[in-house]
Design a protein around this ligand. Structure first.
Ligand code: ZN
Length: 200
């Protein structure tokens, strides 16, 4: 298969997508190459539309239409601008919005700290966050990162950086997943759930 270079290039690019391993990338590429139902053309069209019409919101970093920047959340007058939820990237916003109970605004850091992979949070990114906290008189920052080692490191780093700002800093309380039980929770989740316990 080595001689079919365009196919190899497609596999290499697909494998760069999150959650896609080499084997899955190969299956996708073969499916696209053998396409008989117009999927390939549809996909090219959809990618083109995203390229032409989508950008990151200039205020919060959420994905939005280029014709609607700042995004719908940033321009919604009913939102509490003094409550700021900091997420790793726009997928975090989507998840929290799907839960439907948050009425504040967001800020994407566009990455997390990962010393093992040499990833850093650019100082300019932290500066932008601090400026926003000052300009919008934010009273509470919620650090909404995943519960893994890198996310913990990112949250601690930001907590330290926000020390100079006069703002309340909180983080998500992690608990037992809905529909699950104590018996099925790993020790870290259980420890977090105990730590984040609430008054009954
Ligand atoms: Zn926005």
């Amino acid at each position: 298969m080595k001689e079919i270079e365009p196919l190899q290039r497609l596999i290499t690019r697909l494998a760069r997508l999150p959650g896609v391993g080499r084997r899955s990338a190969e299956r996708m590429a073969f499916r696209l190459a053998l396409d008989t139902k117009g999927l390939r053309a549809d996909l090219i069209g959809a990618l083109q539309e995203v390229e032409e019409q989508i950008c990151c919101c200039s205020v919060c970093g959420n994905l939005t239409l280029k014709s609607r920047d700042p995004c719908a959340i940033c321009t919604d007058a009913r939102r509490d601008r003094h409550l700021l939820c900091v997420v790793e990237d726009p997928s975090g916003i989507q998840q929290i919005e799907a839960a439907g109970s948050y009425q504040g605004v967001y800020h994407c850091m566009m990455g997390k700290l990962s010393p093992m992979q040499g990833q850093d949070i650019p100082p300019a990114s932290v500066e932008r966050l601090l400026k926003r906290i000052r300009d919008d008189a934010v009273r509470e920052v919620i650090l909404a990162f995943d519960s893994d080692v890198e996310s913990d490191a990112t949250a601690s780093y930001l907590h330290e950086k926000l020390g100079s700002a006069e703002v309340r800093v909180t983080r998500l309380g992690f608990g037992i997943p809905a529909g699950s039980g104590i018996a099925y929770s790993d020790p870290v989740t259980l420890a977090r759930a105990l730590h984040g316990r609430q008054q009954f």
